[in-house]
Design a protein around this ligand. Sequence first.
Ligand SMILES: [Cu+2]
Length: 291
Amino acid sequence: MRSPRLFHRGASLTALSALAAGLATAAQAGTGQPSPWQFGFQGSVTEVMDFITTFHNWLLVLITAITLFVLALLVYVMVRFNEKRNPTPSRTTHHVGLEVAWTVVPILILVAIAVPSFQLLRKQLVPPPADVTIKATGHAWYWSYEYPADQNGGFSFESNMLAEDARQKAIASGRPASEVPRLLAVDNEVVVPVNKVVRVQVTAADVLHAFAMPSFGIKVDAVPGRLNETWFKANREGLYFGQCSELCGQNHAFMPIAIRVVSDERYAAWLAEAKTRYARIDDAPRAVAAR
Ligand SMILES: [Cu+2]
């Protein structure tokens, strides 16, 4: 076990796992949508997704090191302790030092995983105070969104995937193809301000759906009769795409989510326009009829 050769292997383990993590980061796709030959996550635009990416890379290093260590031990045992090289086997049944080591080392590894894991959970589940609230409702098979009246909104709209002919028409009329990706582009995008905490309330009208945005690092179930909540704070303007992530029926693959992150001024302009364009909702408490 203490042979210098194995120790040498240990050094190359670290190098290999660093390379693996490097590869995963290098092959990371563009932000906002998947890209051909994508290997890692989509690029991040929120603190939560930054954390998820770092945590993922850390786990990759750890798991690569563990796998190579176990492989090295197996090879060593096969070579050193095969019947030919080791005709009289040891009768040892206990080795206190070894047993303490293989109990304590895995505990330390689990702690090294648990600490960032709980930090991440806390970041996800304890949101800062919200600047903007939107409500997303999953339907078979599209999303609808509400901007509540008490948040300077008071309208709701449906968001359907762009059919192929509509998509081609958009490209022909000069929209860049990256703005209308196949199976991801929608007719009515959600618009939110950049660098603002957006609270997303998520529910469903019929069956289970899930609201997922890879670049924001959010994914939350949309359950009929229940209001789930998540949040994000996008730090870069742009157009970001997500998809329903709970198998919900025939057109599950065709109910994308598109969120456009814009400056405060453009957001204000969009709000003003959206109020005239979309259906009004009045979410003031309704008077209860007296009996
Ligand atoms: Cu679905």
